[in-house]
Design a protein around this ligand. Structure first.
Ligand code: 13P
Length: 263
């Protein structure tokens, strides 16, 4: 059994991917902060904005004092060194980040990131004081071959095996079926709920009993202002990891408000 919704805080994170200049990003952040500040109920949902590395500085300034968190989209597992083009977790912390997205499907399937690399980055993020958002999810062919649970079990096991329970409980998982990302094809609440239950059961099995119920599990894949409330009505869905719909303040605000409105 997994814990009911009220036991876990709600979280909506915006993954901007490779969009927005620093000035555009800061403007979006300011606009969002103003919308959120106008509604006291909004504080019921934690929010993170995850811009490209180049925008972290200006977006951090725009978010200062707002309670909206900053996150990055990737990091290198090493602390420093000759790794041209890479960014260390300590640099993200120094830039104001609280979160880092790890193992996003675009990094796994476009940049060839492996389960082993994601596992190393997860440990590095925790070492550096970041809250990792670990992404898992199946390809369309894997879903059609009835391999959704198998893929989730493999990805969660590879990332979490060997972590202690208290550390694991401080992480966030995002279930993002690859076929739903950027396609406008959203998973049904039932499909998302079932996948989230597999995530939680695997965490219990791999790390320890009770871990699955403690971890925030977000759904990602074509979340928008129109479908957010239905998805977030599921007890096992603790919020969202939002791509395209996070690039516009009013729409992103509606998604956050839908999560905040959940009893
Ligand atoms: P979309 O919301 O654009 O489908 O992207 C989801 C995603 O990949 C978030 O990380």
């Amino acid at each position: 059994m997994t814990a009911a919704w009220p036991r876990r805080p709600r979280l909506v994170a915006g993954n901007w991917k490779m969009h927005k200049t620093p000035a555009e990003g800061a403007a979006l952040a300011r606009e969002f902060v103003a919308l959120r500040a106008a509604d006291p109920a909004a504080t019921k949902c934690e929010v993170a904005m995850c811009p490209p590395f180049t925008s972290l500085g200006l977006v951090a300034e725009a978010l200062k004092g707002s309670g909206v968190h900053l996150g990055a989209q990737n990091m290198n597992a090493e602390t420093h060194g000759a790794f041209t083009g890479e960014v260390a977790g300590t640099m993200l912390v120094a830039s104001g980040c609280r979160f880092v997205i790890l193992g996003h499907s675009e990094r796994r399937h476009v940049m060839g990131e492996t389960d082993e690399q994601v596992a190393k980055k997860l440990r590095a993020a925790l070492r550096d004081g970041l809250t990792p958002i670990v992404c898992v999810g199946e390809l369309l062919a894997e879903r059609e071959a009835d391999k959704t649970a198998e893929v989730i079990v493999r990805q969660i096991t590879a990332a979490y095996a060997g972590l202690d329970a208290d550390t694991a409980k401080s992480t966030v998982v995002a279930y993002e079926p690859v076929w739903a990302i950027g396609t406008g094809k959203v998973a049904t609440p039932e499909q998302a709920r079932d996948a989230h239950r597999v995530v939680r059961a695997t965490l219990d099995q791999v790390v320890g009993a009770g871990v699955g119920a403690a971890v925030q599990v977000l759904y990602g894949g074509s979340v928008n202002a129109g479908n957010a409330a239905t998805l977030f009505a599921e007890d096992d869905i603790d919020g969202g990891l939002v791509g395209g719909a996070a690039l516009e303040a009013a729409g992103f605000w509606k998604i956050v408000a839908a999560a905040a409105a959940r009893p």
